[in-house]
Design a protein around this ligand. Structure first.
Ligand code: HEM
Length: 467
């Protein structure tokens, strides 16, 4: 890894504008933590590690796709030898990550998602029922984020842990209680102290001590127990756990070294929990907020859903963690564009919020304009499944938008081989719930509806990369 002084000399020589380390040991970490939407200088220091802040879509594509072999990893937050925690996909590195990722990918194939969609369906119905109760109790003023949190928790319990949350919303339900400990009351979440190991890397060893180990053990034991029961009883539910157990079985039959072991399966269920709970709930929360402040768009969405729902289909039935940016770690020295010299150990930070607010790709970036992405609505009658596709359309590029928004400037789920493995799952989960909610309720702004408080990005281009 390069030293600060070598890094500074090198970047000065290349005339790359560099935010000099502001404080000894800390580098520019505090500013990065404080100013979420800010595009830092092209080069800054996380503790003593050089960090490239890349906002140019072509460079983002080079790093995440073209030169992926040189940037396969994310940086570690904790050093952990625990059999389960060390196998979580989000933090795994190198070949071990590649093996697990490719073994787990079939879990999210469209066939498997379709099966899981049926399980999500009943969670959607529970969501509507809970919303109705909450609306009745509070004369219509409801914090939907809590309701969506309960919904995504229910979906993960159902699809990743193979268990139904009957006591959803009850304080003493063991699954919900441990989930709260792990996801919400976790001292590692939203705490600036998490930055300390970046300054003193040896402290990473101490980080597991602040994790809610009791909750982690609860989930690991739960998943191991459910797997044992399913193996004994031969039960199948069509969920992600079944799909992972199917992979395990295939590997066992093929002989050779096993990638998908019981521990790896338990670790991925935990990963889906962490990666899929707040992200999906926040997406739904944000969309509901937009629909409340833009009744015209809500009307359009409602009409589109209603128009396309066929009777036949009806019979079938139908925080805290903000992903501020993408992270990569340079794993092999390389030179990009003939001039940018990345060294093993350099960190890469891609400020997604700022890129998504760049007027070059998103004119009037603060305006919510689904037509940036959406194809003109089709007038063909559709089945309920296809109606959900109408929901998908909200996340799809129209042919015109595709050509004007570069690949590296659209990053809600990241890009390249390390992008979000649960994207299709999350979209299905979100669309399904929103279809239910929009068909059952009219969402309106109330006094309690907050006004957006995220800072406008101060700049969003790396055009000043070279003076
Ligand atoms: C709206 C909801 C979601 C959003 C916005 C989201 C976004 C992201 C982003 C930005 C990344 C990093 C990608 C990169 O570094 O290029 C990521 C990674 C990941 N996500 Fe999601 N995610 C969502 C839901 C989910 C769900 C539901 C699951 C699982 C069921 C999931 C599982 C994962 C995993 C396992 C990774 C790590 C992939 C790897 O390292 O190979 N995500 N997600």
């Amino acid at each position: 890894m390069r030293k600060i002084s070598d890094g500074l000399k090198h970047f000065e020589k290349q005339r790359i504008p560099t935010e000099k380390p502001l404080y000894p040991f800390v580098g520019n970490l505090w500013n990065i933590w404080k100013e979420v939407g800010r595009i830092p200088w092209p080069l800054s220091f996380e503790g003593s590690r050089p960090t490239w802040n890349i906002a140019d879509p072509d460079l983002i594509r080079d790093i995440c796709i073209k030169e992926f072999d040189h940037f396969t990893d994310r940086r570690a937050f904790i050093k952990n030898d625990d059999k389960v925690l060390s196998k979580m996909m989000t933090t795994m590195k190198g070949q071990e990550w590649k093996d697990v990722r490719s073994a787990v990918s079939p879990v999210f194939s469209s066939g498997k998602i379709k099966k899981m969609s049926l399980l999500m369906e009943s969670c959607g119905e529970t969501l509507v029922q809970h919303l109705r109760e909450a609306v009745d109790k509070s004369q219509g003023v409801v914090d939907v984020k809590d309701q969506y949190g309960a919904y995504t928790l229910n979906v993960i319990a159902t699809c990743a842990f193979g268990t139904k949350l009957d006591g959803l919303g009850k304080e003493d339900d063991p699954f919900a209680k441990h989930a709260r400990k792990f996801l919400v009351e976790n001292p590692a979440v939203g705490n600036p102290l998490i930055l300390i190991p970046f300054i003193f890397p040896w402290m990473m060893k101490l980080m597991p001590k602040i994790l809610p180990l009791e909750a982690i053990r609860f989930f690991r034991d739960l998943i191991l127990d459910i797997m044992k029961r399913r193996k004994a009883e031969g039960n199948e539910r069509g969920d992600a756990l079944d799909a992972m157990m199917e992979q395990e079985e295939k590997e066992r039959e093929a002989g050779g070294e096993m990638v998908i072991t019981e521990e790896v399966i338990a670790a991925q269920s935990l990963t889906f929990f962490v990666a899929g709970f707040d992200t999906t709930a926040s997406m739904m929360n944000f969309l509901t907020y937009i629909l409340a402040i833009r009744p015209d768009i809500q009307d359009r969405l409602y009409e589109e859903i209603e128009k396309n729902v066929e009777e036949r289909a009806n019979e079938d039935g139908i925080q805290r963690i903000i992903l501020m940016g993408l992270l990569r770690e340079c794993t092999k020295d390389c030179i990009i564009d003939g001039i940018m010299e990345f060294k093993e150990g350099d960190l890469i930070y891609i400020p997604v919020y700022a890129v998504h607010h760049c007027p070059d790709y998103y004119p009037d970036p603060e305006v919510f304009d689904p037509d940036r992405f959406v194809s003109p609505p089709s007038h063909r009658p559709m089945s309920m499944l296809a109606a959900r596709e109408a929901g998908i359309a909200f996340f799809r590029f129209s042919p015109e938008a595709k050509s004007s928004i570069p690949q590296g400037a659209y990053l809600p789920f990241g890009i390249g081989p390390r992008s979000c493995i649960g994207m299709r799952f999350a979209l299905e989960e979100g669309k399904l719930a929103l279809c239910h909610v929009i068909r059952s309720f009219r969402v309106v702004r109330c006094e309690e509806t907050p006004v957006s408080s995220l800072p406008a990005p101060l700049g969003c281009r790396n055009e000043s990369l070279f003076e």
